[in-house]
Design a protein around this ligand. Structure first.
Ligand code: SAM
Length: 261
């Protein structure tokens, strides 16, 4: 069930933040070489792999993830979308020596680099895997989106975010790295950075309330032994009423680095 929620959350992220995703994929498409062989690192539910295959009709895409269930979902979605012949899946733990990815022109890693135990090593492997002139795209997030800013529940949502941030730090996740410096250190001669400040207000699509529900529900579950009971109850109450509220917003920051080998 937790797994299904993760897949749903990733799919909802792409749906609700569709303008950001569209702008990002269009940017990559402008920069990518012709007939690119794309690798999606930590592909998750496949939103990046599918969007890239759609935007780049000459591309082939390899979706890599450590989680075979995620890749089964990617495979099913690719077939249903008629993209099964251009998207292949590859189970691999990118914290281990990388499998041979074959000739690679674009490496895309969205919200996955912070999961790597050794991001510097992963970036060096990405550099080595790319053809000369190939493109590296790293997209990272500051935090999960905030949905309750400006509402009576803003403070409890903020406390939950602060606790999730501590949890991630304790788990050794690399959330707020200087990715520009890290990418340069891996050998890429130039790196372009673009920040996307996302602030969606009412009227929001119905999927936004569901995105908030899944995200806040996951945060609640992860923090069940870390937040005071009063905060957990307040989060639960806020989550239960999301579909009926008209004061939701979706605020988040994504930063993207583009580098060419
Ligand atoms: C937050 S999700 C992002 C998914 C997708 N890129 C997106 O933007 O929606 C991170 C993904 O990285 C994968 N991942 C984490 N550590 C990994 C590793 N060591 N090797 C391969 N994949 C990994 C997870 O299984 C998960 O699917």
């Amino acid at each position: 069930m937790a797994h299904d929620h993760m897949i749903e959350m990733l799919d909802l992220d792409a749906e609700v933040l569709q303008d950001y995703h569209r702008d990002l994929v269009a940017w990559v498409a402008r920069e990518a070489p012709a007939h690119p062989r794309v690798v999606d690192l930590g592909a998750g539910s496949g939103t990046g792999a599918l969007a890239l295959a759609r935007e780049l009709p000459d591309a082939t895409v390899t979706a890599v993830d450590v989680d075979p269930d995620m890749l089964a979902h990617v495979g099913a979605k690719a077939s249903a979308a008629g993209l099964g012949d251009r998207i292949r899946t590859l189970v691999a733990d990118l914290d281990q020596p990388w499998p041979d990815l074959g000739p690679t022109d674009v490496i895309w890693a969205a919200s996955s680099m912070h999961h790597m135990a050794d991001p510097a090593g992963a970036l060096r492997s990405a550099f080595n895997a790319l053809a000369v002139g190939g493109l590296l795209v790293i997209a990272e997030l500051d935090s999960f989106p905030h949905f309750l800013t400006g509402t009576p529940d803003e403070a409890v949502e903020k406390r939950a975010h602060a606790e999730v941030a501590r949890l991630r730090e304790e788990a050794g996740m690399h959330m707020h790295e200087n990715w520009k410096d890290r990418i340069s250190a891996a050998g890429f001669p130039s790196v372009t950075e673009q920040r996307f400040d996302i602030d969606l207000r009412a009227p929001l699509p119905a999927s936004a309330a569901r995105y908030a529900e899944v995200t806040l529900g996951r945060m609640h579950d992860r923090l069940s032994d870390r937040l005071p009971a009063s905060d957990l109850a307040a989060l639960e109450k806020a989550t239960a009423t999301l579909a009926d509220r008209d004061d939701l917003s979706v605020r988040t920051t994504r930063t993207v680095w583009l580098a060419r080998r």
